[in-house]
Design a protein around this ligand. Structure first.
Ligand code: SAH
Length: 355
């Protein structure tokens, strides 16, 4: 493999500052490069036409602009688009663009694979390979943004792709800076949601951070006995410690919490589970996001029947819990995390493939 140049997006500010200082390039040139990347959605150095050609050539010589290639690009009828990206070391990750009325939400990954081992999830079936670099996280945002039409703007980010975001927190936070900065994507922190299996020390670190992102906690069970089975890392943590950390995050940030609950037919969808969940969350400023299971080939879990989903919802609502049932956008293109990487993606609209 040829030696790779540094990936520009990885330490963007430092790289550009060092370049400017060394070349005696005025600071506004750095601003121009940022503008081409984040605002004008440039695909290549050659498009950055307000930079003198010599500077463009110098940048191209010195930095790798993109570190990934698109292995597969799929689009569903509802406007959802999904990218399977090849990383420089041969790994693969997925990221998704969702269109919903005026919203343009992107879903990004933080690791290759996942180490949390949730028994129903495709991403963790083979464990975690590695953390993504900051630049690889930023690159997903830019690659997805480039799928938008000229009149469309990214409005929301959810960190709900492959991997456990709080297990790669430093690199994620560095990447998200470019999401919310005015000279980045300009998406405010309250429109950025980090979804976690629930790692209390990392939740506390996040609470101390100067940006308060929205936090979504993947609960999936109302008691430790069941959660230990579905989300194995729970054995070392426990629901009480997670809820306590979530409460602290709410206290500091004022951001309403979301608890995610993947509804698995005949596993965690009984009326008694709904009642327990209601008791657990009653009185909290929280939203329960109930996600019907998106079946994964080879795993024994299935989506509950409409009756059971309805009953689950009614019990939670009666307990005074705010509930949202997520609709399954993009399920035809396997938009649930980790699924495209594993599937043969049959019946999809394949848009573009590059090596
Ligand atoms: N590690 C983070 C991000 C995971 S992906 C976390 O645990 O929150 C975001 C959500 O999708 C999680 O709640 C995850 O449990 C859920 N999920 C995983 N596989 C799914 C599937 N096949 N169908 C529906 N939701 C799934």
């Amino acid at each position: 493999m040829p030696e790779l140049k540094p990936h520009l997006l990885d330490a963007l500010d430092q790289s550009l500052a060092a370049w400017a200082a060394e070349r005696g390039v005025p600071a506004y040139r750095v601003g121009q490069v940022r503008k081409w990347l984040f605002e004008k959605r440039a695909a290549d150095w050659s498009l950055m036409t307000d930079l003198p050609q010599a500077l463009r050539a110098d940048l191209a010589e010195r930095f790798q602009l993109w570190s990934t290639t698109i292995a597969r690009h799929t689009r569903a009828d509802d406007g959802t688009e999904k990218l399977l990206l090849n990383l420089a070391d041969g790994g693969q990750i997925e990221c998704v663009l969702l269109r919903d009325a005026d919203r343009r939400t992107i879903c990004i990954s933080t690791q290759v694979g996942c180490g949390m081992g949730c028994v129903f999830c495709a991403s963790g079936l083979d464990g975690v390979e590695r953390n993504l670099a900051t630049g690889e996280i930023v690159e997903q945002m830019l690659q997805l943004q480039r799928l938008l039409a000229a009149g469309e703007r990214l409005s929301h980010i959810v960190v709900m792709g492959m991997g456990e975001p709080l297990a790669n927190l430093d690199r994620l936070l560095a990447a998200l800076q470019h999401a919310h900065r005015a000279d980045g994507l300009g998406i405010s922190a309250r429109r950025i949601t980090i979804s976690t299996v629930g790692l209390p020390p990392a939740i506390d670190r996040l609470a101390q951070y100067d940006q308060h992102y929205r936090l979504a906690i993947s609960l999936h069970a109302p008691n430790d006995e069941l959660r230990d089975r579905l989300v194995p890392v729970n054995k070392n943590i426990g629901i009480d410690a997670i809820i306590a950390a979530a409460d602290r995050y709410f206290e500091v940030s004022g951001r309403r919490l979301t608890f995610e609950y993947v509804l698995l037919g005949e596993v965690n969808d009984a009326p008694e589970h709904a009642r327990q969940l209601g008791r657990l969350l009653a009185g909290r400023e929280a939203l329960v996001n109930v996600i019907p299971y998106n079946p994964v080939a080879g795993l024994p879990y299935r989506t509950p029947s409409a009756e059971r989903r309805q009953a689950f919802r009614a019990i939670l609502e009666a307990a005074g819990v705010r509930v949202k049932f997520r609709h399954r956008k993009g399920d035809r293109i396997d938009a649930a995390c980790g699924q495209l990487r594993r599937s043969a993606a049959t019946g999809l609209v394949q848009i573009e493939t590059s090596a």
